[in-house]
Design a protein around this ligand. Structure first.
Ligand code: HEC
Length: 92
């Protein structure tokens, strides 16, 4: 997550210091607290979004408006699933 995601989803940088995406805690809150996703749903939805980000799939409407849609990127095989599992299981 540090290598692949924190470049944009930095947990500490303020927006004015260059953070260009919502912090992962905010994504977690949106997906789990608001949508009520369980672990399998959370992982599935994060994977689906990262594999092919679209406005239809995006739930972080404010972030999409402010920063634009997350660019489609290629991450090493299996890494997004591991990252999503980590995000779900641990307090980040
Ligand atoms: C090049 C910058 C960049 C990188 C690197 C990046 N993201 Fe994003 N991401 C964004 C931006 C910008 C948004 C907010 C706009 C949006 O939701 O599309 C976002 C939003 C998201 C969302 C919420 C989507 C929604 O709106 O429901 C998820 C989930 C996500 N990113 C996962 C990841 C994961 C996992 C990684 C690392 C494997 C990652 N991102 C790496 C820029 C990035």
């Amino acid at each position: 997550m540090e290598t692949h995601c924190y470049l944009c989803h930095s947990p500490s940088a303020e927006e004015k210091q260059g953070r260009i995406a919502p912090p992962m805690v905010a994504i977690k809150a949106r997906y789990i607290d608001k949508e009520g996703y369980n672990k399998a749903e959370f992982i599935e939805n994060v994977k689906a979004f990262v594999a092919h980000p679209t406005k239809e799939k995006a739930l972080m409407y404010g972030a999409v408006k402010k920063h634009g849609l997350m660019p489609k990127q290629v991450f090493p095989e299996g890494s997004v699933e591991k990252i999503a599992t980590f995000m779900f299981d641990y307090q980040i």
